[in-house]
Design a binder for this molecule. Structure first.
Ligand SMILES: Nc1ncnc2c1ncn2[C@@H]1O[C@H](COP(=O)(O)OP(=O)(O)O)[C@@H](O)[C@H]1O
Ligand SMILES: [Mg+2]
Length: 454
């Protein structure tokens, strides 16, 4: 009878915990998972390192000492734990390597470590010479993406997705001015773009959009856009206007440089961020959805227009950064089959993000020239996980990310609430989207603070 009671009690306690783990893995992790995982890692550490081949033989002097003193031969040694830090999504284990080990040993063993320590994912990263960090996640953080609140590092750094190691992936325009985003249809490119627009909407930045799908993705967000083109013809005019604006900014920078002997080095500027605040023009982010539409043509006239568009894009990519013009280009494919100038443009796009693609050639358009293994990871993204992507840069590093699912309604709300921040740019004034007066909702919009009439 007693045994039955104990069994019932156990079921009553364990069953809710298991359901909790299944339905709310993030809460489960915070409530129980962290404690279980820390205990498991500390208890099993030595045997796991041994089993995964991450131990090294003792040094010769210890062997000699053991022989002289007729003591037992010392054991093989595992890397020393420097720190174990629980996080919102997993654990971070910092290890000091033993002589003869390198970070690659840990990357190669990450799958074995993941199974042995019963974690969802393990990623090894070298912190500095001789120190490796194992970033482990306790559950599948990309299944239902919840973005943690993050402090903005600087205005041009936008948190846009979650990385598979539980960290936030930020699109930092100052570090990576231009980026390319490829992916098959329905892979989540437009939602990525929407997340970016919402992230940028609250900053002092001008958004310029080109969406040749008749504006279905960007037109609803038009209130926050300084200029919007929904067909290749308008796009050509917008790009030409942007190039004119860029040369005006360079004139301004040139005027302000005033290099003479008595100007301190730190005050000589070659880009907008070094200009005094009151003179600094507003940065511009150009967002292009379905770029291939801009490169297709049938008639001779369309061909001329296409050449002008690509030339302007290349010029903006080459020269735009210092004038505070940043490019974000999305498309299903972005290869040389789109005609001349495309590979030249691609070479200027440092940031690479690839959503699910159907073939390796498309993945290679993003990663072929920088990281082969990233291209393979892109092809393996599951079709039932839209929004998942591989993000890399020209330094060869890459990481799996997933955007939070952001509905168009929520994006529209954020853009409308920040419509007062939309700056006017003289050259782009004819392309300012005509949007109807917002319906009166009774909500008081925040006061205008940063709209600049540059
Ligand atoms: N991060 C995400 N989480 C969940 N669903 C997503 C996510 N990103 C996109 N989706 C869904 O995938 C579908 C395609 O997304 P979309 O961005 O329009 O793809 P694309 O622009 O590449 O054709 C949409 O129905 C969207 O709701
Ligand atoms: Mg799309």
């Amino acid at each position: 009878m007693d045994a039955l009671k104990v069994a019932l009690l156990l079921v009553a306690v364990v069953a809710p915990v298991l359901v909790f783990r299944w339905r709310r893995p993030a809460w489960y992790w915070m409530a129980f998972g962290i404690v279980f995982a820390v205990v498991r890692v500390l208890v099993r550490y030595r045997s796991v390192m041994e089993a995964c081949g991450l131990t090294v033989p003792p040094p010769r002097w210890r062997l000699t000492l053991a022989r002289w003193s007729r003591r037992e031969v010392p054991e093989w040694r595992a890397p020393r734990i420097l720190r174990i830090r629980p996080t919102r999504t997993g654990l971070v284990l910092r290890l000091r390597l033993r002589p003869g080990q390198d970070a690659y040993d840990f990357s190669a063993a990450s799958d074995r470590l993941r199974h042995s320590l019963a974690m969802y994912n393990v990623i090894a990263k070298e912190v500095r010479s001789g120190v490796v960090e194992l970033r482990m996640t306790g559950y599948d953080v990309l299944k239902r993406v919840r973005m943690p609140a993050v402090r903005d590092e600087h205005p041009m750094c936008v948190p846009v997705a979650l990385r598979e190691d539980g960290q936030v992936f930020c699109r930092d325009y100052l570090q990576v001015p231009h980026a390319l985003n490829v992916g098959a249809t329905q892979s989540g490119k437009s939602v990525y773009l929407r997340n970016l627009v919402v992230g940028l909407a609250t900053h002092r930045v001008a958004l310029v959009g080109i969406d040749c799908k008749n504006g279905v993705e960007l037109a609803p967000l038009a209130r926050r856009f300084t200029a919007l083109a929904d067909n290749p013809e308008t796009a050509a005019d917008v790009l030409a206007a942007l190039v004119r604006y860029m040369s005006r900014i360079y004139d301004l920078i040139r005027r302000e440089q005033g290099i003479s002997l008595d100007v301190p080095d730190a005050e000589i500027t070659a880009n907008i961020w070094d200009l005094p605040r009151h003179l600094r023009p507003v940065p511009v982010v150009l967002l292009v959805d379905e770029v291939a539409e801009l490169a297709l043509y049938v008639t001779k006239d369309e061909e001329r227009r296409r050449d002008q568009i690509i030339t302007d894009l290349v010029r903006l990519a080459q020269l735009g950064r210092a004038a505070g013009i940043y490019l974000e280009i999305c498309g299903q494919r972005f290869g040389s089959e789109l005609g001349k100038g495309i590979t030249m443009l691609r070479a200027q796009l440092t940031g690479r993000t690839a959503h699910r693609v159907n073939d390796e050639t498309s993945a290679n358009m993003a990663f072929g020239d920088i990281a082969q293994d990233a291209a393979l990871a892109t092809v393996r993204i599951a079709a039932d996980r839209p929004g998942t992507a591989v993000a890399g840069d020209s330094s060869g590093g890459w990481v799996r990310i997933r955007t939070p699912h952001l509905s168009i309604r929520r994006a529209v709300d954020v853009c409308n609430a920040n419509a007062h921040r939309t700056p006017d740019i003289g050259e782009l004034a004819p392309f300012r989207p005509a949007v109807p007066v917002p319906p009166l909702t009774g909500k008081v919009l925040p006061k205008s603070t940063s709209a600049s009439a540059f």
